[in-house]
Write a protein that binds this ligand. Structure first.
Ligand SMILES: Cc1cc2nc3c(=O)[nH]c(=O)nc-3n(C[C@H](O)[C@H](O)[C@H](O)COP(=O)(O)OP(=O)(O)OC[C@H]3O[C@@H](n4cnc5c(N)ncnc54)[C@H](O)[C@@H]3O)c2cc1C
Length: 396
């Protein structure tokens, strides 16, 4: 019988690994807890190191239709709205890194991966399979599901996100620490976006104790609007809890009127408490490994969590194709990926401090701070190592 790989979790990371394995002709099953596979109504930015993976998987024609290529990124001051250029994207990203920086509705990116898998191996996706634990022996791994049934595989990949059951079963309980930051998110239809908010760039409003990010998604028909604020009284780590616009607005009291216009116009405001986890000393044990948020969840301030999951999935499939369906392949994958992913975790935490610096309370201090912190060479140092990485050729 052909060796089989089981992936627990059908998010962006799990589906990327599945599609890449299918392309190598390796048998794979994806077990997803949800009864239906769909992503949240939220945006995700995918830098060139991530779009490189999507194009390598043959998804170019699909993502070109639904993704948005913005011309660049800007920084704006929370109070006055003063604007500084952060970096050029658009053609510059393609020229410099070979691939575009793209903004997606998460549902569109997820659907691109899912449709490709369903076209090639529709039987690979198993829904309503909530993993409760994994146990391994010399011959393979058993996965136990909530409804009592189980599955068997030669290798198991835990792609089950920040509250990973595979991680829990393999490495024990983790120690999430509340960061003191709460994230708000919502979408605004293009026709309701206030004048004064640009639709052709990605924008980061920065201020003392908070920041706001917005960018266009779904071919430019929607604006993704996210606000992050230091606040101690909300600690639920879930993407699906609704808040109210009044509470959202209250968190951004005294911010620029344009921010309040946007808050009034978001469809549904959702809130999520951000937790940090210390870097894991190992991701793999025997026949089980982890990828994406299951082993390196990070704050969203570098916009690299999903990008790292894309890179992980692609490199893991290459490693298995190279070394076989054996635990040795998992060790090679981990050695290729762990340091880079952990660097992105710490880079995201550093950016949190930078985006929320108290020096920005007053416009005069802000001018000096922004000019110093977002100098071209400093920005390059923070992002170049991310954007230039090539998951399709990186040594494994
Ligand atoms: C506010 C915010 C903004 C962000 N913006 C960006 C951005 O712009 N760019 C970027 O690159 N990243 C961004 N991220 C990070 C990004 O969302 C995550 O890093 C990414 O979704 C991780 O993908 P994943 O596949 O590892 O996990 P997930 O997307 O969490 O997928 C996990 C999957 O596993 C399933 N699952 C969970 N438990 C089980 C179980 N027990 N059994 C079976 N299935 C299970 C879930 O239902 C889900 O389908 C952002 C995060 C936040 C909070």
């Amino acid at each position: 019988m052909q060796d089989r790989i089981a992936i627990v979790g059908g998010g962006i990371g799990g589906l990327t690994a599945a599609l890449a394995l299918i392309r190598h002709g390796i048998a794979v099953d994806v077990y997803e807890q949800a009864p239906e596979l769909k992503e949240l109504g939220a945006g995700v930015q995918i830098s060139s190191n991530g779009t490189r993976v999507l194009y390598a998987l043959g998804l170019g024609p699909t993502i070109d239709k639904v993704g948005v290529i913005v011309s660049g990124k800007e920084i704006r001051l929370w109070s006055t709205g003063q604007t500084w250029k952060l970096f050029d994207l658009g053609a510059v990203s393609v020229e410099r890194y070979g691939f575009p920086y793209m903004m997606f509705h998460r549902g569109d990116l997820h659907a691109a991966l899912l449709d490709a898998i369903r076209r090639e191996k529709p039987e690979a996706i198993h829904l309503s399979r909530k993993c409760m634990g994994v146990t391994q022996d010399d011959a393979g791994v058993s996965i136990q599901f909530e409804q009592g049934e189980s599955a068997r595989a030669d290798l198991v990949i835990g792609a089950d996100g920040v509250q990973s059951r595979v991680r829990l079963a393999t490495f024990g309980a983790d120690q999430p620490e509340f960061t003191g930051i709460v994230a708000w998110r919502g979408l605004i239809p293009r026709e309701n976006v206030p004048a004064g908010i640009k639709l052709d760039v990605g924008t980061n409003w920065v201020g003392p104790g908070g920041h706001v990010v917005h960018y266009p998604v779904r071919g430019g028909s929607l604006l993704n609007f996210v606000g992050l604020l230091e606040r101690d009284d909300w600690r639920v780590e879930s993407w699906t809890v609704q808040g109210t616009k009044d509470e959202f607005a209250n968190d951004f009291k005294n911010w620029n009127p344009l921010i309040h216009e946007c808050i009034r116009r978001v469809d549904v405001p959702y809130k999520w408490a951000l937790f940090a986890r210390p870097p894991m000393p190992a991701w793999s044990k025997g026949r089980v490994t982890l990828l994406g948020d299951a082993c390196h969840s990070m704050l969203p301030m570098l916009a690299q969590g999903a990008v790292m999951a894309l890179e992980d999935g692609y490199v893991l499939a290459r490693s298995i194709a190279m070394y076989g369906v054996k635990s040795e392949a998992l060790q090679h994958y981990e050695a290729a990926r762990r340091e880079r992913a952990n660097r992105a975790v710490s880079g995201s935490a550093e950016n949190a401090k930078r985006f929320h610096n108290p020096d920005m309370a007053h416009a005069a201090g802000a001018e000096a701070y922004v000019t110093r912190e977002w100098q071209e060479d400093k920005v390059k140092q923070r992002y170049e190592w991310l954007f230039t990485y090539d998951a399709t050729t990186a040594p494994v």
